[in-house]
Design a protein around this ligand. Sequence first.
Ligand code: UDP
Ligand code: MG
Length: 153
Amino acid sequence: MQSTLVILKPSCVQRNLIGEVISRIEKRGIIISAMKMMQLDEKILREHYAHLVDKPFFPSLAQSMMASPVICMVLKGVDIVEVFRKMTGVTNGRKAEPGTLRGDFCMSGQANIIHASDSPENAEIEINRFFRPEEIFDYTPATLQYIYGDGEN
Ligand code: UDP
Ligand code: MG
């Protein structure tokens, strides 16, 4: 199975949406391999958003990501990177489809409640950026045989 890195941003934590988002993750049949609260700083954000450091909105993006603690998670599943990007919805919450997390829970292109890795390669890099190996748990959920059909996972 594949893993992805997810961050519940300050806009999720502050708006009391942690439970809503985690509930949808659980109901979908996605495995939570790791989870912790973290206060991000400028150093980790300059790495994490390296593709955006030169954009005019980077200072306000960094501020918004440091405004409160965040929840970092490693999620696991078959094709999880693609599955979870679809669940997340497009970057601007006002354009995100209803049914997606951003499309149901936010109205902003910046305070868009959640980060999800955009490729398996970046997922591996991002997981290593936010988690030590001993913080990630490899266990088999008792429900696994009902989440996937025979030979699917
Ligand atoms: N962002 C922003 N203004 C923009 C584009 C992006 O503030 O014009 C923020 C937004 O919070 C977004 C993050 O920068 O989630 C990372 O941007 P990216 O293009 O990687 O979007 P994502 O992968 O989060 O959909
Ligand atoms: Mg991105």
